[in-house]
Write a protein that binds this ligand. Structure first.
Ligand code: GLN
Length: 485
């Protein structure tokens, strides 16, 4: 049996329920692990030890009183630090929110609390979720637990690293262009980006609102299903959340995939994907065939345009969303006496990092009179073409299978060129443009570093993702391997 800190949420919940361990013990095992490995991994911006222990004791008391416990009772969880937590500092990885303590919690935070989960800390990210490595964090760079000279991916790199390192069994992240699946792939854990609209974003600090979606990290497919059960569903506080029923996603785990039709979009192997990564994905696909699936090559012809269109739409929406950080209502305010307009200018100059500033400028330009039609409108038209590619593919297939990233984790500082960094998401961001759900599951190692298999399904069909990924997981041993820290 693995150490307590490497147990899954499913195992911890069962043991807490039966009284084999207390919730306090589960929380302590994570806090001790954080103490031991955090100097190397640097996954957390804030660790909420005291609050977590108090909540654990409350759960243990409820159990002692014979109360029926909710599905995540006593299970520790980490949250990407762009989700508002009442009374707990929330930075979005930006100096401009260095000391921001939200007066309310995000809907996902309230739902996790209702499910009995225990917040143990807020995980590092690229500033406002813009990036693929956590190197754009205004605070520090998190490290890949498999090789601490390398990045954990991003932007939800802190969440992925924490789960891979045993600092938390499960975590939430957000995914606008790959920010859950890419770090999950690079850290060797499972990551799910649900359908756009599946999970409420109320209280998620917005980056690009037509693409942002909250999702889950776990060391097993089942643990992602458990979390989605807790956070999915309609929320009147987010007008983009869909009023679509929420099944019990854990029921999709452990089913067979006999007769499942899998499409392999050829464009995804032409995006600078390394031969080793392509090889690992091909092996994974052979495994799926052995399990009873049928495979056919297919084409999503507009895939090539996704990156260019994404990098118009996302900065355009970011420039609008980040206008609220003006030094007046909350967050950092310059100390200089600079007059009314100067106050905003100086505050933003001091508070935002270079990548964020660059995107605000590009986005403002793309939305300005005279350029709007040439850039923003055309990018939206391309987006419709991409969506149609997926709709057509899902007339024929239940699932599409691709690599998650072109290569395994790169070294800290290696991708100084912003374009090279953006290419790290070339396999993930087309999916956000279409709004469909996708999941990354560990499918092997390249030179000792984990790589992932991406599975994509039609809108609101997360169940098929869980079913396929859990069948694959049960037939392989990748998820049982842990980094040597
Ligand atoms: N790396 C992409 C970007 O910088 C995606 C980030 C994300 O999904 N939040 O926009």
């Amino acid at each position: 049996m693995s150490e307590l800190f490497y147990q899954t949420a499913q195992e911890l919940r069962a043991k807490i329920g039966s009284g084999e361990i207390s919730s306090r013990e589960a929380v302590m095992s994570c806090l001790e692990r954080i103490n031991a490995v955090e100097p190397k991994v640097q996954a957390f911006l804030t660790v909420t030890s005291q609050e977590a222990l108090a909540q654990a004791d409350a759960i243990d008391k409820r159990r002692a009183n014979g109360e029926a416990l909710p599905p995540l009772a006593g299970v520790p969880i980490a949250l990407k630090d762009n989700m508002c937590t009442k009374g707990v500092r929330t930075t979005a990885g930006s100096r401009i929110l260095d000391n921001f303590v939200p007066p309310y919690s995000a809907t996902v935070v309230n739902r996790l609390e209702a499910a009995g989960a225990i917040l143990i800390g807020k995980a590092n990210l690229d500033e406002f979720a813009m990036g693929s490595s956590t190197e754009n964090s205004g605070f520090f760079t998190s490290r890949n637990p498999w090789d601490t000279e390398r990045v954990p991916g991003g932007s939800s790199g802190g969440s992925a690293a924490a789960v891979a390192a045993g600092e938390a069994p499960i975590a939430l992240g957000s995914d606008t262009g790959g920010s859950i699946r890419q770090p999950a792939g690079l850290c060797g854990v499972v990551g799910l980006k649900p359908t756009y609209g599946r999970v409420s974003r109320y209280g998620l600090i917005a980056y690009a609102s037509s693409l942002d979606q909250i999702g889950t990290f776990g060391r097993s497919v089942y643990d992602c299903a458990l979390q989605l059960n807790a956070i999915a569903g309609y929320d009147p506080l987010d007008s983009t959340s869909a009023n679509v029923g929420v099944p019990d996603y854990t029921h999709a785990c452990g089913k067979d995939i006999q007769g499942l039709r899998i499409g392999i979009p050829k464009e995804f192997f032409e995006q600078g994907v390394s031969a080793e990564v392509a090889g690992a994905v091909r092996k994974a696909v052979s495994q799926l065939i052995k399990l009873g699936a049928s495979i056919e090559m297919c084409s999503l012809p507009h895939t090539d345009y996704a990156l260019a269109a994404y990098y118009i739409i996302a900065p355009a929406e970011c420039s609008s969303n980040l206008a609220r950080f003006d030094g007046v209502k909350y967050g950092h305010r310059t100390n200089e006496l600079a007059g009314h307009i100067g106050l905003t200018e100086k505050t933003r100059d001091e508070g935002f990092g270079d990548e964020v500033k660059q995107r605000i400028m590009i986005g403002t330009y793309a939305l300005s009179a005279g350029y709007y039609d040439a850039y923003y409108k055309r990018a939206q038209q391309v987006r419709t073409l991409i969506l149609r590619d997926y709709q057509r593919a899902f007339e024929k297939f239940d699932v599409l299978a691709t690599p998650v990233t072109p290569a395994p984790a790169f070294k800290v500082g290696e991708k100084a060129d912003p374009m090279a960094m953006k290419l790290a998401d070339v396999c993930t961001l087309p999916i956000n443009m279409a709004g469909v759900p996708a999941l990354s599951v560990p499918c092997g190692f390249v030179e000792g570093l984990p790589v992932g298999l991406q599975l994509i399904a039609k809108h609101f069909d997360e169940e098929t993702l869980f079913r396929t990924a859990s069948a694959y997981e049960q037939a392989t041993d990748w998820h049982n391997q842990h980094p040597n820290l």
